[in-house]
Design a protein around this ligand. Structure first.
Ligand code: MN
Length: 202
């Protein structure tokens, strides 16, 4: 029996990010959307296994697309949840080496924040803004992805992920994504981001 993906529990209560992100959004987002990506990834792996065994004919290209969409959805959300912390514990600015690196690479936290916010607000349709660390050039990189398909296993470690799909904010902020982005900064867990940065540098 092949190994399967499973839904990790939220590292805080569903209402812990209020008032910035509502309990209703967190419950649906985690319990329904993230669970669907886990199920989708497992279903795609199962189809590929059956195809290899000759037990099923599959459209390999379509199944691989499903697999990428769902694995990447699972991985991104698995980073997204601990990237946030309950209101009062999150927000503010990073310290230590991550802060120094942001000064060096972006000219300061405020310049990073402005650029990352622009990345969040301008994702076309559904997608993500990400902060990555590229070891090759020892540089922090802000990037966007559409939907959530990398279509390859990203080599660059993700430090900070911001979900800009409508399911991440619409029930509370309607079409005002900029307002969601502004509120989201209040729950960023900089300790978690710094931990990922230290891990990526090793
Ligand atoms: Mn999402």
């Amino acid at each position: 029996m092949a190994k399967t993906y499973s839904l990790p529990p939220l590292p805080y209560k569903n209402n812990a990010l209020e008032p910035h992100i509502s309990e209703q959004i967190m419950t649906l987002h985690h319990d329904k959307h993230h669970q669907a990506y886990v199920n989708g990834a497992n279903a795609a792996l199962d189809k590929l296994e059956k195809a290899r065994a000759g037990a099923m004919q599959v459209d390999v290209r379509g199944v691989l697309r499903d697999l990428s969409f769902n694995i990447d959805g699972h991985k991104l959300h698995t980073i997204f949840w601990p990237n946030m912390a309950p209101a009062g514990k999150g927000g503010g600015k990073p310290g230590g080496r991550l802060a120094d690196k942001m000064d060096q690479d972006f000219g300061g936290f405020d310049k990073f924040k402005a650029q990352f916010s622009d990345a969040c607000k301008t994702v076309e349709g559904s997608g993500w803004a990400l902060l990555l660390y590229d070891r090759e050039i020892d540089t922090l990189v802000v990037t966007q992805i559409e939907k959530q398909n990398f279509m390859h296993l990203a080599e660059l470690p993700i430090l900070l992920s911001a979900d800009e799909w409508e399911h991440a904010y619409y029930l509370q902020y309607l079409n005002d994504r900029a307002k969601y982005v502004e509120a989201w900064w209040n729950v960023v867990n900089w300790d978690d981001v710094a931990k990922r940065f230290d891990g990526a540098r090793k």
